[in-house]
Ligand binder design. Sequence first.
Ligand code: AQP
Length: 332
Amino acid sequence: MTRIFSGLKPTGHLTLGNYLGALRRWAEVDQHRAEALFCVVDLHALTVEHDPGRVRRLSRQTATLMLAAGLDPERCVLFVQSHVDEHARLSYLLECTATDGELRRMIQYKEKAARAQTSGQSVRLSLLTYPVLMAADILAYGADEVPVGEDQTQHVELTRDLAVRFNQRYGHTFTVPRATRPEVAARVMDLQDPMSKMGKSHEPGNGIVYLLDEADQVRKKIMRAVTDSGHEVVYDRERAPGVANLLEILAACSGGNPGELATVYQSYGALKKDTADAVVELLRPLRERHAELAADPGHVDEVLSAGAERARAMARPTVDAAYAAIGLLPAR
Ligand code: AQP
């Protein structure tokens, strides 16, 4: 059976981009067709300046939202990365497989390092090695597929390179995974700056729709979205990125096609109104279920504890095999 792995970083409140680009498909499709592991990748949240209490709160909130979105612990393994030591154990071996040059070429590293420097912060070494830990997350479980949004494709490519290199040098140990992407909304853009993606760790503002926003806030943000200088509703990511973003969001919510939807609208106002309605309706059940689950944090913790136990048992044989293959003396 196909095995899949994916995760969410607790670096901020989850956004509409995280939902449309990742979480919704995990819940609606992936957990039903494969042996699936979904993880709150909390170690990745430490690669940038962070508040310890906030990371802890966001980790539980992220797990709660994953359950609220429909991830079912009977169908998939849901857990927190730092609860399973195998991720960090394997990451070191992969650091001994990756090169400095290939990590410095990662686009996310360049963008986040530049952002840290602009705000006067030093760049943590873990920001550079982050894709190696991500490779360990995936390879430890022998995942065949990694469902991610567009921004993570380069990291999955690196994971493939490391797996192939390790296998060639030390003998076959890892499954070589591939990235899979949603057909629409693989990259939801910021509503106020449609040239940059809607990111959960970005400065909060009207450009970002959070999954836990009240319906009124969602409506206000979408109605205020930056559109383009013309009046015609066309689907053109290059020349009309603001309108294209709204069409993609609407298509993702309603199951339509952005190009075809463009022909339906005569004005930006009508497009915004329908998009706002569609997003509010999409998020309503998720917010309601989140409220129920958040009232019982003990239940969420039990799910995470059982998930970590299952994940550990799945990862350990592969990580032990990698330790042996690379030349380390087994502990007795
Ligand atoms: N704007 C987006 N559109 C579509 N998909 C998106 N994803 C993130 N933003 C968008 C997908 O959501 C998953 C979350 O991955 P992550 O938590 O590791 O964070 P990320 O990819 O770095 O995205 P964020 O939310 O922008 O986090 P920050 O701001 O901390 O960097 C991935 O599958 C991602 O593709």
